[in-house]
Design a binder for this molecule. Structure first.
Ligand code: RTP
Ligand code: MG
Length: 140
C-alpha cells in the first residue's frame, strides 16, 4: 500500500504537562514517521478557523478557548494507512472509552482536554496539513 500522510496535533493539556515526547513515542512506535513538526500558539481566531466544522456544536467556545490557551505541536505524520493508524493509536475521543494503551487512555484528562487531534479522512488530512504547513516544511 502507498504511503499516506495525516495531520496530527498535540493539544495544550499535553504541552502543559511536558509529555509531548511520550506522545511522539506512541506515534513512532505505531509505525508513523514525523515528517514535519512545529510548536505554535494558536490565537482564538485561528482555533475558530481550524475547528470551523464544529462551529454549531455546543462545545465550540470551550474547545476554541482551550485550544488557544497554550502551545500546541502540529505535525505531519507519514506511514502506511497513516490516517486510520493514527486514529487507532489516539483512541476514542472520550478517554473513559479509549482502548487500553492508546494515547487518550494513558494521557487524556477529559473528553475536551484529550491530548491529541488527528485528521479523520483523506480530504480533511489534506486541508489540515495545508492549514499549517507549506510544502517546503515537509520532508520525508
Ligand atoms: P479530534 O477532531 O480532536 O481529533 O477529535 P475527535 O475526532 O475524536 O472528536 P470530534 O468529535 O471531532 O471533536 C473535536 C474535539 O472537540 C472536543 N470535544 N468536546 N465537551 C464535549 O462534549 C466535546 N466533544 C468533543 C474534543 O477536544 C474533541 O477532540
Ligand atoms: Mg475530529
Amino acid at each position: 500500500m502507498a504511503l499516506e500522510r495525516t495531520f496530527s496535533m498535540i493539544k495544550p493539556d499535553a504541552t502543559r504537562r511536558n509529555i509531548t515526547g511520550k506522545i511522539v513515542d506512541k506515534l513512532e512506535s505505531a509505525g508513523l514517521r514525523v515528517v514535519a513538526q512545529k510548536r505554535i500558539l494558536m490565537s482564538k481566531k485561528t482555533a475558530e478557523a481550524f475547528y470551523a466544522v464544529h462551529s454549531e456544536r455546543p462545545f465550540f467556545q470551550e474547545l476554541t478557548e482551550f485550544m488557544s490557551s497554550g502551545p500546541v505541536v502540529v505535525q505531519v505524520l507519514e506511514g502506511e494507512n497513516a490516517i486510520a493508524k493514527n486514529r487507532e493509536v489516539m483512541g476514542a475521543t472520550d478517554p473513559a472509552k479509549a482502548d487500553p494503551g492508546t494515547i487518550r487512555a494513558e494521557f487524556a484528562e477529559s473528553i475536551g482536554e484529550n491530548s491529541v487531534h488527528g485528521s479523520d479522512a483523506p480530504g480533511t488530512a489534506k486541508e489540515e496539513i495545508a492549514f499549517f504547513f507549506s510544502g517546503s516544511e515537509i520532508t520525508g
